[in-house]
Design a protein around this ligand. Structure first.
Ligand code: ADE
Length: 396
């Protein structure tokens, strides 16, 4: 992932980011941080980049020309178009969901303002996103851009030395992080909780979960309420575990957002709203969700339905474009080499063992018309769902 920062103070950005974890991530080429001095792009012979605002008023404005030419040079260097994020208190307020969305980009360009602002015409021309880091006004966008870069970087695979920690830490789930301790065992007369010295990993996990829950309930009751609600939803979905593991896993790893839950249905959606995962207990559940979808502009989004047959969706102008079975490897221990008899079983073994290693559920969706593949999973003793999952796409 490459960050490109357009600023009048490139040293501030470089110095601020090139230490600790982010500095190491740059050295190891997981990310790059490129700064561009807007002043280098001015055509003014005195290297001036600011001027008085038309109509009067306090302070100076950054002029359009150097900002525009700087953005042009950045895009030429990247070789393709990229999002240009203007850091401003007028933007949408930054949060973990936005960080996750941005982490999916290959290149991000940041524009940091200074003085009293930037000529509106160049903003209209180049900016794709406006982000604020909170309801207060800074002297410039640099520190705000650094905060966004930090939060996005730690989601890039490899940046955190333990890949899991990005998932486990506060916010990615709805629980805040549990307390952590390092050597010495006693510091200023304070010891380390006994359980952490016990070597009993099950007990340690239990303690960490409990302290995270206690902390979240105390410090962030709003997050805790969300966490409790998601626990309830997971329990509800687990009643039909064989078809819903992908949904519970998406909630557990905070990959999808719960947009609807009632007694009859639960729906999850991705940030870009490209797909809805819908569990409906019966056809009435589909009806309930579909009313909600229409009211919320989601009725033209493809649906991966499970729980009941897709009839009502087809009546609403969807077409059935795939029927799947969920296959799950439930044995916990890695698949051994003796199970590998050809390329297909070899690939399945690699995929499943990789998932086990990262702590993700070893589940997959297999099209029902791929009977041979399904029989391979059966031979490998995977649990195969009796019910199907239906991929329904809007006709228009
Ligand atoms: N520039 C000045 N204030 C800012 C803020 N709160 N967020 C983002 N950029 C800014």
């Amino acid at each position: 992932m490459n960050f490109h920062v357009m600023t009048l103070f490139p040293d501030m950005v470089k110095n601020g980011l090139m230490t600790s974890i982010i500095g190491r991530a740059v050295e190891n080429n997981y990310i790059s941080i490129n700064t561009y001095d807007i002043r280098d792009y001015t055509t003014d012979k005195h290297r001036k980049v600011d001027d008085y605002p038309y109509g009067g008023g306090a302070g100076m404005l950054m002029q359009a020309q150097p900002v525009f030419d700087c953005a042009k040079a950045v895009k030429e260097r990247i070789g393709h178009d990229a999002r240009v994020i203007f850091m401003t208190p007028q933007g949408r307020t930054f949060n973990q969901r936005i960080a996750e969305e941005l982490a999916g980009e290959e290149d991000l360009i940041f524009l940091c303002g200074h003085y009293e602002g930037i000529d509106e015409r160049v903003l209209e021309e180049i900016v794709t996103d406006e982000i604020s880091i909170g309801d207060y006004v800074l002297t410039g966008g640099e520190m705000a851009a650094m905060i966004v870069i930090d939060a996005v970087s730690r989601l890039v695979p490899g940046v955190l030395s333990n890949e899991d920690s990005g998932v486990i830490e506060s916010f990615s789930g709805n629980l805040l992080e549990y307390p952590q301790y390092s050597r010495p065992e006693v510091w200023m007369g304070k010891g380390v909780p006994e359980v952490l010295l016990s070597g009993n990993h099950k007990e340690i996990e239990k303690w960490r979960l409990e302290t995270a829950k206690e902390r979240t309930a105390r410090k962030r009751p709003d997050l805790y309420a969300k966490y409790e609600r998601e626990c309830e939803i997971i329990k509800y979905l687990n009643a039909e575990k064989a078809i819903n593991s992908d949904m519970t896993e998406a909630i557990r790893l905070n990959r999808l957002r719960v947009i609807y839950d009632s007694n009859g249905a639960v729906a999850l959606v991705d940030t870009a709203k490209t797909k809805v995962l819908l569990y409906a207990k019966d056809v009435a559940g589909i009806g309930e969700f579909y009313d909600f979808a229409k009211e919320n502009g989601l009725d033209k989004v493809p649906v991966l339905l499970r729980g009941t047959n897709p009839g009502p969706l087809l009546e609403q102008g969807f077409k059935l474009s795939g029927e799947y079975k969920e296959v799950a490897y439930t044995r916990g221990v890695p698949i051994g080499t003796k199970e590998v008899v050809d390329d297909v079983t070899g690939n399945i073994r690699n995929e499943i063992n990789d998932l086990l290693l990262t702590g993700e559920l070893p589940i997959k969706l297999v099209p029902v018309n791929e009977a041979e593949t399904l029989s391979v999973y059966e031979k490998l003793q995977f649990r195969i769902s009796k019910k199907s999952l239906y991929f329904c796409e809007p006709l228009c």
